[in-house]
Ligand binder design. Structure first.
Ligand code: GLN
Length: 191
């Protein structure tokens, strides 16, 4: 299995490490040439979503990646990655891929609570969730499944081939979210 990890900015190295620990190949995507190889999945890491959107545009990666997502490529966005996927950004802000039927509140936990860890349920299983200046999802449309909430805020969703978490599973020892993502990929490959 070959997973593209967007590596223009942010916490991509931790995602690549997780992918490799699960026995898959991680292809770090920095330029247009890197998406010429066949990919089975794509990870959009945490970082700074506005900087990432700008770089994606400059590097001529935004449109081809959007097309790949629209064509069903399994994609997993964490934190800033969730923001890149979202159709709408509360309070204004330009969407990036805009393929995921949610709105996001950016930096939603205020200054004091900018970063914290908690334990909560993801798809029926308790896992550790590190949040770093995280968003949360609102206006979740009917075609979107909520996979996790924390303090009544939606922090993980799935819509067909798109998975997004407001927290950072790459910063924990747990593989639950990756295994969930890999199952989506395996199902698509079996088709
Ligand atoms: N606050 C960041 C943004 O809006 C996301 C933070 C993160 O990815 N850890 O892009």
């Amino acid at each position: 299995m070959r997973i593209g990890v967007l590596a223009v900015q942010g916490a991509f190295a931790e995602h690549s490490a997780k992918v490799c620990q699960l026995g898959a190949e991680a292809v770090e995507i920095r330029k247009r040439h890197d998406i010429q190889t066949e990919l089975d999945g794509l990870i959009l890491p945490g970082g700074e979503s506005t900087a990432m959107r700008k770089l994606l545009t400059e590097l001529d990666l935004l449109e081809p990646l959007k097309e790949m997502i629209q064509n069903g490529l399994p994609v997993f966005g964490t934190c800033a990655g969730m923001i890149l996927l979202a159709k709408e950004i509360s309070g204004g802000g330009t969407p990036c891929f805009g393929t995921l039927d949610i709105s996001v509140h950016r930096n939603a936990y205020g200054r004091q609570l900018g970063s914290f860890r908690c334990v909560d349920i993801f798809a029926g299983k308790e896992i550790e969730m590190p949040f770093i200046r995280a968003p949360y999802a609102t206006n979740v449309r009917d075609n979107v499944t909520v996979l996790a909430s924390h303090d009544n805020r939606i922090v993980a969703v799935r819509q067909d081939n798109q998975l997004a978490t407001a927290f950072h599973p790459e910063l924990t020892e747990d593989f639950t979210v990756y295994e969930y993502f890999f199952q989506t990929i395996a199902k698509r490959l079996r088709k």
